[in-house]
Design a protein around this ligand. Structure first.
Ligand code: SF4
Length: 443
């Protein structure tokens, strides 16, 4: 018999930053209802899993976890599944997991408390995965971090890359009104936030679906840059085709905008790029990278790569490898292809053997690690701006640079929340170590 009066909840988030933000909003919704968040599943009356379906592994992890709950006493708790996997699998989840009480897709997260009421009152399973996107009230988000936070600016994606499930789980692009975003950021700054990361599946499309507003992504950056007290603006993620000269100039010119651009390459072979429907060639991609580097010489790049996409040959993988080596990315997310149900690529044979995918994956990861080590060596002796964010388990201050590098340094806790210029002196694994610059005293 499931509880009719939940007092505590546990939430676990899988997947991307957008999911993290949406979980923070759901935490806000449940706390407003009077529920207390607990960090131990066993102590919770309500278990909530905010899921991802971008890769097969992500789905298998959640399905494994939920299956395990069904075989334990935890099946008697109220159990909800939200997010992209809920959207993709819909009622089939109930067939496989009869102990799940409700399923809420990405369009319906604002209905969480109503769905919970319906489950409790009716004692029946509930599902909400249909309908138009119902805008979430982000102002109630209970953000994990107190100095930096995510801000959603656009949802959905119109690009329809053939391997990607996002256009089907998150729908078409819908931009949030810029006034609402500015209000939210101002409110965050008043609460002490120093840094925001603007989120969207393709932030560079921002505003194109709302031509009447006349505010495109770079215009939004100019507006946010005027907010006093806001120190840093980051953004994730971009489609290379939409990275405009105006955006590059904004990265160069605006005080707050960090010099980091996520530039997902995905593959280095033109045939594979075409098959992926990435709508650029490797030559066009290289031209854009060169343009960015000419406009913002200190820009760092991030990327996403998929190895072993349908029919990718050894020679085509070599093209990806060479391009990755040539460009030099500061941050990279590299994955082996896994077919996603409902995507156009499901029509093609997933014909690169798993061991070949893994071999390509590890070769590229090794190259990435080698390049990352070279980058770290090159940073020794440089000065970098660090936002001091907290204290690590060794009692040292920790923070991040404008280009997403983690840094530890010695100093007083009173510096938390401040920006410091730091001399980089070394590194420990992938974390840089440094000391705060002292003013030069002339004798
Ligand atoms: S641009 Fe990104 S989110 Fe959109 S379909 Fe392609 S991979 Fe998916």
């Amino acid at each position: 018999m499931k509880t009719k009066d939940p007092k505590t909840f546990f939430i676990r988030t899988y997947g991307c930053q957008m999911n993290e933000l949406e979980s923070e909003v759901m935490v806000g919704q449940l706390k407003r209802r009077g529920l207390k968040r607990v960090l131990d599943e066993a102590a919770a009356d309500l278990l909530l899993y905010n899921t991802c379906s971008i890769r097969d592994l992500a789905e298998r992890k959640v399905m494994g976890k939920l299956g395990q709950l069904g075989r334990s006493k935890m099946r008697n708790k109220l159990i909800g599944v939200t997010g992209c996997m809920a959207m993709a699998k819909k009622e089939t989840l109930f067939k496989k997991l009869p102990h799940v009480d409700f399923v809420i897709g990405t369009n319906n997260l604002s209905e969480l408390n109503n769905v919970l009421d319906d489950v409790i009152e009716s004692g029946q399973q509930q599902i909400r995965t249909e309908g138009e996107y119902d805008a979430l009230d982000y102002t109630i988000a209970e953000r994990e971090h107190k100095l930096k936070g995510y801000v959603s600016i656009i949802r959905g994606c119109d690009k329809y890359c053939t391997y990607c499930v996002v256009p089907y789980t998150r729908g078409q692009e819908v931009s949030r009104p810029h006034e609402e975003i500015e209000r939210e950021v101002r409110d965050m700054v008043q609460k002490g936030y120093k840094e925001v990361t603007l989120l969207g599946q393709n932030v560079n499309s921002y505003g194109k679906d709302q031509p009447q507003s006349g505010v495109l992504f770079h215009d939004l950056l100019y507006k946010l840059d005027k907010i006093e007290g806001l120190e840093r603006v980051r953004f994730l993620t971009s489609h290379p085709i939409d990275i405009s000269v105006e955006l590059m100039e904004a990265v160069r010119d605006l005080r707050t905008v960090c010099e980091f651009v996520h530039f997902p390459l995905q593959a280095g072979s033109n045939r594979i790029l075409k098959k992926m429907h990435r709508i650029y060639t490797k030559e066009q991609y290289l031209e854009k990278v060169a343009l960015l580097r000419s406009i913002v010489p200190n820009a760092k790049l991030g990327t996403d790569i998929i190895v072993g996409f349908c029919s990718e040959t050894d020679a085509e993988f070599e093209e990806t490898y060479q391009l990755f080596d040539e460009i030099g990315f500061s941050v990279a997310f590299i994955f082996a292809y896994s077919p996603r149900k409902g995507t156009p690529a499901m029509r093609w044979a997933d014909d690169v053997p798993e061991e070949v995918k893994q071999e390509r994956l590890h070769r590229l990861l090794d190259l990435y690690e080698k390049k990352a080590a070279q980058e770290r060596m090159g940073l020794i002796g440089s000065q970098m701006e660090v936002l001091v964010e907290g204290v690590n388990k060794n009692g040292q201050l920790k923070g991040t640079t404008r280009c997403w590098k983690n840094v530890v340094l010695d100093g007083n806790e009173s510096l938390i929340g401040s920006l410091q210029m730091v001399d980089i002196q070394g590194f420990n694994h992938s974390t840089l170590t440094g000391i705060i610059q002292r003013p030069l005293i002339l004798t």
